[in-house]
Design a protein around this ligand. Structure first.
Ligand code: GDP
Ligand code: MG
Length: 349
């Protein structure tokens, strides 16, 4: 294909991440939030026990346990508050970055855009044309995740550099996108996005405005006037993403603001991505975006959020947005990853 011939490829470094990692801190605020949530859950359970006690005639049997649970639910709440307040008022000043606000020059503002696609034949050509139409976009890559429809052919016909990723799963697809994009040595800036038309090329200018300030500019879909009325992001997912985002933020307190943990749309500086890629686990599936941010922050990358517009999907949803129950499971796995570490999660699309 013509466009791919103009791209100069460079080999990936084999060594791991350089020693950018700064001193690790205990995430007391994260533990505090979890303790408070646990205590409040206990308390709620205690209040709800009133129903079996009086409606099922189990008052005598359940009363001692009911009193215990309501009384002792205060302990995790108090412990959690103590942890959270210690982190916020004692440790935070040392955790916050002390250097000046970063404002790098961008000598090369050209962009390589990499789009994930899985059976997205209805939208992929339009998405490719949208991004190719932006004056700063030099390469558009599409990674089709073993699509069984015409996604690959339509992406190629629309002018994308196309790849087929045979290992199934969103994480594998994103990882392949990033791995192919860093080989494009004619650009310093890499944009990851989806080929389902939920995100648009006009937002690239917003990303570029934030690009001097951090290694990673992560899109956020939480700015109300920028969300189209009916999208796949239900109210539950909107607040769920926000909550999990704040958990991740509390883990890396003083280093970032996170309001949306599930957006694919993001810009990365190529040099930072080259260091980060060997530390990512492509077998983490639909939680991959949270895994990406957590790992990047742990490696010492800087991250800033950028509001992006969000639009209804073209075609059928296959990801974590299919329904609220699936979104809940993805959210719980994200929380487990943030607290206990990231584990492979088989593809379920
Ligand atoms: N769910 C899923 N999505 C994939 C896979 N491989 C690639 N993708 C793409 O990754 C994106 C998933 O994003 P998401 O917004 O969570 O789900 P969507 O509702 O299907 O768009 C879509 O653009 C898919 O086409 C896969 O194995 N599973
Ligand atoms: Mg999508």
């Amino acid at each position: 294909m013509e466009r791919s011939q103009t791209v100069r490829y460079e080999s990936l470094p084999v060594a791991g991440v350089p020693s950018q990692v700064r001193g690790r801190h205990r995430p007391l605020l994260l533990w505090g939030i979890l303790c408070v949530c646990f205590g409040m859950g206990m308390h709620l359970l205690g209040v709800l026990l009133v129903f079996p006690r009086y409606l099922l005639g189990l008052n005598q049997a359940l009363l001692p346990f009911n009193e215990w649970i309501v009384w002792y639910s205060g302990m995790p709440v108090m412990a959690g508050l103590a942890l959270a307040l210690t982190d916020l008022f004692v440790l935070l000043p040392n955790k916050r970055r002390s250097e000046q606000v970063r404002c790098d020059a961008l000598p090369n503002r050209g962009l390589t855009v990499a789009l994930t696609a899985y059976n997205d034949e209805l939208s992929i050509a339009e998405a490719v044309r949208d991004f190719l139409g932006h004056p700063l976009v030099r390469n558009v890559i599409v990674v089709s995740n073993s699509s069984t429809d015409a996604t690959f052919e339509r992406a190629q016909a629309a002018g994308a550099i196309t790849f087929d990723e045979t290992a199934r799963g969103y994480g594998r697809c994103v990882f392949r996108c990033l791995s192919e994009a860093v080989k494009c040595a004619d650009t310093d800036l890499i944009v990851l996005c989806e080929g389902d038309r939920t995100f648009r090329a006009h937002d690239l200018d917003k990303f570029l405005a934030y690009a001097p300030h951090a290694d990673i500019v992560n899109g956020t879909r939480t700015v109300e006037p920028l969300r189209q009325y009916a999208t796949q992001l239900s109210t539950f997912m909107y607040y769920g993403n926000f909550f999990v985002g704040k958990l991740l933020e509390s883990k890396h307190l003083g280093r970032c603001t996170i309001t949306d943990v599930g957006t694919t749309y993001k810009l990365c500086h190529r040099d930072a991505l080259l260091r980060l890629l060997p530390t990512l686990d492509p077998s983490v599936n639909l939680e991959f975006n949270a895994h990406f941010l957590d790992t990047a922050l742990a490696q010492g990358c800087s991250m800033v959020e950028c509001p992006v517009t969000f639009h209804p999907r073209i075609g059928v949803s296959k990801g974590g947005n299919t329904n609220n129950m699936r979104a809940l499971l993805v959210g719980l796995r994200m929380m487990a990853g943030i607290v206990f570490g990231w584990r492979p999660s088989g593809h379920t699309s």
